[in-house]
Design a protein around this ligand. Structure first.
Ligand code: SF4
Ligand code: SF4
Ligand code: SF4
Length: 460
C-alpha cells in the first residue's frame, strides 16, 4: 500500500538566473502546500540544508535558494503536504507523437521499488517486466545500469590518474579488456585529492551552494543519467536509425534532484558533438512514482508481465554487478574500488568471490563508513609505485544528515588539508538512492498525538 503524492505542473525552465539558479534551470521543484501543512515540524528534522522555514505549529515553507531538491521532506511528511513538480503529461504526449522516439533511462533503484505501486511486496525485483511494460508503452530502453558502468570507467580512471599523479608519475600504462592504453597523468596533479563522487545531483548542488571551495575535488565524471542521455542522442541515434532531434530522453529515477540535474544548462553534450543547437541530453525526468502514474494511465501493469529477460546481451541493456549496486549507499565506491583493484592487480573477478565484496565500504548501516583497501600490485606497477601493495583509503557518507551533520567533519578534514582519504562517496539520501525522494511513499502510522494535532490544526 503506497500513498499518493500530490504533484503540480512546472512553469518551465528559468529565462534568467535567480539567486543560486542559472538560466535554463528548473526552479521550485519541491514545495509545501500551505493548505495541507499542519506545522508538525517533521520535515525540518530531515532536511540536510536547513531550507525549511517555520516553527512548530506554523505553516512551513521552503527557501528554494537553499533547497537541493532531494525530496526527503516529501518522503517523511506524515500529512502529505509536500508536493513535487511532475512531467507525466509531457511524456504521455510525446509517446503519442509518431515522429518522436522516447527513450527511458531506468535507474537501478527503480526496479526494486516500482512493483510496490502495483501491489507487490517492497523489494520485488522488476527488470524484465519493467522493460516489457515500458516497451509496451512505446519507450526504447537505455538501462541506466549500462551508463553506471560507463561512469565507473570514467570516474575510476580519473581516480587512478590522480593517485598516480600525486605519487609523482607522468604516465600510467593500463590494460582493459586486453587493450593497452597509456594515461598521461601529469596534468591531474593540479586536481586535489581526495576525489569526491559527483553522481548525486543533490550533493553537487550542496557543494555549489554551501562549499564552493570543494568544487575542484568533485569528480569530473557526469552522473549515469547524463552519460546515458548524451550517448542515446549520439551513438543510440545511429543504432536506432533515428534523427537525434527526434529522440526524447526520459530519466526514470528514484530521485527528485535528477529533475533538477537534467535541466542544468551544461548538459548539452550531444548538441555540441553533433553541432545541432537546442538539444538537451536528458529532456525530462519521471520519478518512480511518476512512472507508475503514467503506466496506470495507459492501463499497463508491469507485474502482469514476464520477468524473463533475454540471455543475449542487447545494446544498452547489459551491465555489471558493480552498476547495480549504484542504487545503494557505498555502491558507487565499491564499484570504483573493484575497477581500481582490477586494473592495478591484474586480477579478474571470479563469480561470487568474496575478494570482490568490499564490505568495509558498504555504508548503509552507519552514517559514515571508512576503509583501507590493500591492493596487491602487478609486477609492472610494483616498479612504478616502488611498493608491492597500494593502500587505497576511502570513505562513504551515507546521507548528508540533518543540517549536514554527517558530512561536516569529513569536509572540515578536507578543507584543512587533514583528510586521510583518496576517494569519498557522498549520497544525499540515507541508504542511497533506494531511499530517494522519488520512491513510493508509505503512509506512516500516526500516533494518537499526531491525529489529535492534525484534527486540531484543521479547526484553527
Ligand atoms: S505537515 Fe509536512 S510540510 Fe508541514 S511541517 Fe509537518 S512535515 Fe513539514
Ligand atoms: S529536504 Fe531536500 S527537498 Fe526538502 S527542503 Fe530540504 S533540501 Fe529541499
Ligand atoms: S542519493 Fe540518489 S536519490 Fe538521493 S538525491 Fe542523491 S541521487 Fe537522488
Amino acid at each position: 500500500m503506497v500513498r499518493k503524492v500530490n504533484t503540480f505542473k512546472g512553469e518551465g525552465p528559468l529565462k534568467n538566473g535567480i539567486g543560486t539558479y542559472r538560466a535554463g534551470e528548473l526552479y521550485g521543484i519541491i514545495k509545501i502546500s500551505e493548505a495541507n501543512c499542519v506545522g508538525c515540524h517533521t520535515c525540518s528534522g530531515v532536511c540536510p540544508t536547513g531550507a525549511i522555514k517555520g516553527s512548530f505549529g506554523d505553516k512551513h515553507s521552503i527557501d528554494v535558494e537553499k533547497c537541493i531538491v532531494c525530496g526527503q521532506c516529501l518522503l517523511n511528511c506524515p500529512f502529505g503536504a509536500v508536493e513535487q513538480m511532475s512531467f507525466v503529461d509531457m511524456v504521455y504526449e510525446k509517446l503519442k507523437d509518431k515522429k518522436t522516439k522516447v527513450v527511458a533511462i531506468i535507474a537501478p533503484a527503480v526496479r526494486v521499488a516500482i512493483g510496490e505501486e502495483f501491489g507487490a511486496e517492497p523489494g520485488t525485483l522488476t527488470v524484465g517486466r519493467l522493460w516489457a511494460a515500458l516497451e509496451k508503452a512505446g519507450f526504447l530502453i537505455y538501462d541506466n545500469n549500462f551508463a553506471a558502468d560507463q561512469t565507473i570507467l570514467e570516474e575510476g580512471t580519473e581516480l587512478l590518474a590522480k593517485v598516480a599523479a600525486h605519487a609523482g608519475l607522468k604516465e600510467l600504462p593500463i590494460e582493459l579488456w586486453g587493450k593497452k592504453i597509456t594515461l598521461h597523468v601529469e596534468e591531474f596533479k593540479k586536481y586535489p585529492l581526495p576525489q569526491f563522487t559527483s553522481c548525486c545531483p543533490a550533493w553537487v548542488r550542496y557543494v555549489e551552494v554551501f562549499y564552493p571551495r570543494l568544487i575542484p575535488y568533485l569528480s569530473s565524471a557526469k552522473s549515469p543519467q547524463q552519460m546515458a542521455g548524451a550517448t542515446a542522442k549520439t551513438y543510440g541515434a545511429r543504432l536506432w536509425n533515428v534523427r537525434p532531434e527526434n529522440i526524447f530522453t526520459v530519466g526514470v529515477m528514484p530521485c527528485t534532484a535528477k529533475i533538477f540535474e537534467a535541466s542544468r544548462p551544461e548538459f548539452d553534450s550531444a548538441s555540441k558533438y553533433l553541432k545541432k543547437q537546442g538539444m538537451k541530453d536528458v529532456d525530462t525526468v519521471l520519478t518512480t512514482r511518476d512512472l507508475a502514474e503514467l503506466l496506470k494511465k495507459m492501463n499497463i501493469d508491469p507485474m502482469k508481465m514476464s520477468e524473463e529477460v533475454s540471455r543475449k546481451p542487447e545494446m544498452f541493456k547489459f551491465y555489471s554487478g558493480g552498476a547495480t549496486i549504484f542504487g545503494t549507499s557505498g555502491g558507487v565506491m565499491e564499484a570504483a574500488v573493484r575497477f581500481a583493484f582490477h586494473v592495478l592487480s591484474g586480477q579478474s573477478p571470479q563469480s561470487m568471490s568474496p575478494q570482490w565484496d568490499f564490505d568495509g565500504v558498504r555504508g548503509y548501516t552507519k552514517p559514515v563508513a571508512s576503509a583501507t583497501i590493500p591492493v596487491p600490485l602487478k609486477e609492472e606497477y610494483q616498479k612504478v609505485f616502488g611498493a608491492k601493495e597500494l593502500q587505497i583509503k576511502v570513505c562513504v557518507v551515507n546521507g548528508i544528515g540533518t543540517d549536514g551533520a554527517h558530512l561536516k567533519p569529513i569536509v572540515d578534514e578536507v578543507l584543512t588539508g587533514k583528510s586521510p582519504y583518496h576517494f569519498i562517496e557522498v549520497m544525499n539520501c540515507p541508504g542511497g538512492c533506494i531511499n530517494g525522494g522519488g520512491q513510493p511513499v508509505h503512509p506512516l502510522e500516526l500516533t494518537l498525538w499526531d491525529q489529535l494535532f492534525y484534527a486540531f490544526s484543521k479547526i484553527i
